[in-house]
Design a protein around this ligand. Sequence first.
Ligand SMILES: [Mn+2]
Length: 447
Amino acid sequence: MNPFQRHRQALASRLPDGLIVLAGGSRVLRNGDVPFPFRQKSDFLYLTGVEEPDCVVLIDPRRKAQTLFIPKVDSQHRVWLGPVPGPAQARSRYGFPRALHCDRLAAEILRAKRGCRALYADRDTLAKLGKLKGLGLRGLPGRPAALRDALDELRAVKSPGEIALMETASRVSGGAFRAAMRAVRPGMAEYEVQAVFESACLKQGLRHLAFSSIVAAGRNAAVLHYHHNDATIRGGDLVLLDAGAERLGYPADITRTFPANGRFTRRQRDIYSIVLETQKAMIDRARPGVVSADLHAKSMTMIAEGLKSLGLLKGGTAGLVENGAVRLFYPHGLAHMLGLDVHDSAGGRKRKLPNPAKVPVRFVAKLEPGFAITVEPGIYFIEALLRDPALRRKHRGSVDFARADGFLDFGGVRIEDDIVIRPDGPPRNLTDVPKEIDEVEAACGRG
Ligand SMILES: [Mn+2]
């Protein structure tokens, strides 16, 4: 049984009284008649593993039936885009007991809906069904929220099959990181490092990235979601690479920060060591029952201690976390759920839990075995925060702003690994890319 068959069974047992219908994604035009590269909807991938557009899945829990509907394409489609698998091919390729063309969808739903309590479909699917000729859905209420909750609940805990797909994404992305680190030289453009990373992923057969690659040299690393990737890398720069490929929608999301010329300066080492020690300590603490927001609070404490040791922060550590001074240097969350949406959902678990650390982060959940999360602390010198007059007034007792001004050309450091929570002991780390200082220096090209 492939993982997607298991996912369909699990969803069917959560929603036993209705009919589950989900339409996959369609191509979206980018400009004129040119489409964006097609990326399947995450929920549809979760239930089918099918990367073709315009498909529909129908799950009938009471009859234990699962049907994949595939588009019937005309000869023009075959001329321009090639054939799509027919029903027999689709059945064996995707592991479905039944596959039909999409023109049979209305009749199949009419047949299966007798005695059903609800139609579990998302809004997009309900809108599509509303346009189908001859399909009366009166008496069968649509329940998009119930479907959303069930899918979030299931998708939060990763199955062994899903973890295997993320392992592939991590292995390939890890090799691509090593290639990028080997290639980096002062004088290169950021996009040349991007080209090395992305071509290494492509060469290994992963043709889709999980998100747009960030290659940020020097000060650009202080822009959290930097996207220009067009500056020239200079000799003393640190280069921050945050990137990852995906396999059937399952991502890697890795960050490394490395010296362009292969050697950290003293100052870079100091900042890097604080981030690295924090990251390793937080990975070790990521165990079942731990609340993610508490981990984040703990990571802020460690970063605050480190910045105090460098004279950038002053005063009691608890106060620096509480009054937000540490967030001038570390303004994002420690972790997020990792899955088909990269920043994946923790589902209804989030609503059930107060945020005991009172940290303004989106990801608040008690860690469970099978959760895949990132661990990604950072330290940045962000001009927009450090030169903000109101923030300078507010934090003048906590931050040595004169000293911080001397770091405005530094940029930032982030280190990010992908881990899976285990029932006991420390988590499994899917990321295999050098991160110790001597390993990073050995992995980098020498300018
Ligand atoms: Mn991330």
